[in-house]
Each structure stands twice: as structure tokens, then as C-alpha cells.
Write a protein that binds this ligand. Sequence first.
Ligand code: ZN
Length: 348
Amino acid sequence: VESDTDRPVLAVDLGGTQIRAALVDPDLTVHHRRAVPTRDEEGVDAVLERIGDVAAAVLDDVATSGLPDPIGLGISSPGPLDPWRGVVLMAPNLRGWVDVPVVERIAARIGLPTFLERDTNVAVMAEWRHGAARGTRNAIYVTVSTGIGGGVITDGRPLVGPDGTAGEVGHITVDIDGPRCGCGGMGHVEAIASGAAIARDGAALLAGDAAPQLARLAAVGGEVDAELVARAADAGDGACLAILERAWVAIGAMCASLVNVFDPEIIVLGGSIAEHRPRVFEVARRELERRAFPILLDRVRIEPAAFGGDVSLIGLLPILLERIGDPAYAPGSQGPRTAAMQQGVLRT
Ligand SMILES: [Zn+2]
């Protein structure tokens, strides 16, 4: 007899540009990958339809391949979102995504127990249970990519918060007079060190005629994104190098704040920028020495993620194994509003 822990999960990653889906095995093998463009400009219903289509297509692939049926469907999505009701509350990178009942809509079509979690919380579960933070009880995952996001494991459990939004590390203030962030706040690390911020600063250099290598690269048809700024820096453009170094210092300052607040054993840095610019680790470790409590420096590590782009698929495996059968996540649940309430510490 197969137990639930022997069975795979159907994993869907809803991103700003792509919807990816696959079957994730208990041994972490990823089977039957599929991807479709998100095309959020076509509206919420069209995107929900495509999530259903790509999930159904993977289920068909599973049926014909003879692999075991998935135990449930997990959806990794930008947030903030309510994981108990399965509702995306607001996704700034998906047009029109306000109060979207994703779980209700997709479960009705696919017919599997369905769960929703913020992409960065999925990622921290992947790295904590199976990746770079395995074996720790206090771990933080930070993605450095177009945006900056994260998830926190503290004393052996995910930090959730009453609204399910805890761990949004990208919105830590690192410069009180700094630039306006996409969330409306000021001087957040995301407004200084994200791919979008690096691209914005690169475009400003270009407009001010202050970055000759960037101008040369942009002239041959390159869009000014973080990668182009990095290539210009590699080619010796001092102003572009300064943008990147400032970004890495901001990430280091964020890490130092996280160390002082959470006393983690490890901070895992993932995302496409961390993956391709190893210099960020060097600067972040240096800034930790300058800014974190000295007594914590002997233990805490800053390490690269183990899973790359698959974090937001793989993390759905441990999440589903925990949540299937949990009434807090069952259809119609209003959810335990806080982890403390769940433990009976607070009663309302
Ligand atoms: Zn912000």
C-alpha cells in the first residue's frame, strides 16, 4: 500500500512571465515539465484558465507515463496572499490580481486537493527541508531577482504572521531617504538592489550620458536591464560598477539586519542575480562583519541556494505533505489567523 509520502505532487509556479507546471516526486525528481506564457494583460480569467490548462496537461502526461497519481496540487504565486482561503490578495506584478480565489477556481477544474502559497515561502521550504538550509531550525531564504523577496524559518517553523505576509524581507528599509519602492514605501532594499532598481539606475546613467560602456551595449540593441548594467560593469564602466556595488552593500545591510533580528543559522541567497553574480556573496559577508552583532558571526553563514529556478516547484512537496488533511487549509476555512492562535496561545 502506498502512503501519501510515497506519492508525488502536482506543482504549478505562477510567475509574471511564465506559468510552469510539473510533477515533483518524493525523491525531488521533477517530471513532465510544462510552461506557458502568463499573459496577464489578457485578464485574470484567462490566466486562471491557463493555470488549469497546464496543470491538466501535466496530469495527462502522468496518466500516460504510468507514474503514480499526485496526492494534490500546489500553486506557488506572487503575494501577498491568504494561504488558508487560497486567495491572492494583491499581486503587484500581475495586472488586475486583487482578491483572486485561485484555489477555489483551480480545484473545481482539476479535482485534486489544492493549496496556494507565496513563491518565496515555497522557496524557503524547499531550501530548508531539502536544500542549502537542511538540518537547521533557523533559516532565511532571500531571492535576489527582478524583485527581492524572502521567507523565514524560526525555531523550526515558518514565520507566517496574521495576514500571511511575514518574511517580506525586500521591504526592509536600508536607506531612510532612499528611492521610492514599488510598494509605495521609501528606501527599501528592493528599491535599491533588485533587478528592476539596477535597471532603473542604469537607464538614468544612460540618459545622463554617464556610462560609455552601457551606451555602447545598449546601442547594439540591448534593453537596459540588470544584466546589461552588469555586462557594462564587467567591461569597465565605473558608474555601472558603482550601481552594482551599492546594490550588494544594500543586500549585505539587509542580511545584517536579518541576522540581528532573527539570529538565523543560515541565510540562503537565491534568484537569478545571486546565481549569476557571486560578488554579492563576498560583499554581503563583508557587510555582515561590519553591521551584525559580532557574537553571531561565528555561526551564521550566507550560502547560495541549492535549487535554482526549481525552488518554487520543489517546495510545494513538503508544503502539501503537511497541509493535506489539515482543517486550517480545507475548503471554506478562514484559517488560523496566527501561528500563536493555532497553538492555542492566543484565543479570539
Ligand atoms: Zn517596498
